[in-house]
Write a protein that binds this ligand. Structure first.
Ligand code: MHF
Ligand code: KIV
Ligand code: MG
Length: 275
């Protein structure tokens, strides 16, 4: 079944959990679709996991289109959400519309995601009204890492928690079809989830959210620059990969790979003429 904004709304109404993971390439997206994920986020976390940057600040619209289009080619029923990178929407509704349009036309996004609350509501409204579904993102918004002074838990004070609740209501009012809640206390996420009519997708926000998302290299145990507290390693794929690389190196060094079954033959009469 095709996952759309209606799937998200119906899941919230029925109390069924929504599942999301990040992906940045065709092969991974295909595996996730076959596993039955609702939606894939082509996150600007690709700056960290695919490109080796320290943060998401340097990621460009071109990067997002390049990876987004690959994910889109690997999916048919999965909703593909593409992150709007830093400074592709903060500069105003016109820039936001142009860039969201590029992510949909060139990246084949089914929806876009952007970070922020009340301050980006004009952008959310304009993009939504252009026919592009918007996922909002509150709490730890990594594009503001320099303003936060690090990737820190958000919404812990009364003031910050009240602001987050107001922002959540504001992005819903502006037209967002869902909102990511990142790195906030689970009880605050529960309150937000109960107050909103649109689904909340949590990452480091507890089990009370309407859905969950993780960065796929984190949940597969193949990214070790940092491991946030909210990450559960569902497999140790990093270890499996490293062992396979070691086995390959050993076998090539020993001359045991390639074996006969990996080689191509030539007819004896052709071969004779070559000497
Ligand atoms: N691989 C990866 N996973 C992510 O979840 C992720 C990215 N990259 N890149 C973009 C942002 C950055 N994110 C991060 C990065 C670090 C922490 C972290 O280490 N947090 C501390 C909290 C410290 C505190 O108590 O305030 C932790 O221990 O979880 C959290 C989110 C989430 N996003
Ligand atoms: C962690 C998720 C929510 C994200 O924004 C990303 O992967 O870029
Ligand atoms: Mg992101």
């Amino acid at each position: 079944m095709k996952n759309t904004v209606r799937t998200f709304q119906m899941a919230k109404e029925k109390g069924e959990k929504l599942t999301m993971l990040t992906a940045y390439d065709y092969s991974t997206a295909r595996l996730m679709e076959e596993a039955g994920i609702n939606a894939i986020l082509v996150g600007d976390s690709l700056g960290n996991t695919m490109l080796g940057y320290e943060d998401t600040i340097s990621v460009t619209v071109e990067d997002m289109i390049h990876h987004g289009a690959a994910v889109a080619r690997g999916t048919s029923d999965t909703m593909v959400v593409i992150d709007m990178p830093f400074m592709s929407y903060q500069t105003g509704t016109r820039d936001a519309l142009i860039n969201a349009g590029r992510l949909m036309k060139e990246g084949r996004a089914g929806a876009v995601k952007l970070e922020g609350g009340a301050s980006v509501c004009p952008q959310i409204k304009a993009i939504t009204e252009a026919g592009i579904p918007v996922m909002a993102h509150l709490g730890l918004t990594p594009q503001s890492v320099n303003a936060f002074g690090g990737n820190r838990v958000q919404g812990k004070t009364e003031e910050a928690a009240k602001k987050l609740i107001e922002d959540a209501l504001a992005v819903q009012e502006a037209g967002a079809f869902a909102v990511v809640l990142e790195c906030i206390p689970e009880k605050l996420a529960k309150i937000v989830t109960e107050k909103l009519d649109i689904p909340t997708i949590g990452i480091g926000a507890g089990a009370g959210c309407d859905g969950q998302i993780l960065v796929y290299q984190d949940m597969l145990g193949m990214f070790s620059d940092y491991v946030p507290k909210f990450v559960k390693k569902f497999a140790n794929v990093g270890d499996v990969m490293k062992q396979a690389f070691k086995d390959y190196i050993s076998e090539v060094s020993a001359g045991t790979y390639p074996a006969q079954e990996h080689t191509f033959k030539i007819d004896e009469d052709v071969l004779e003429k070559l000497y």
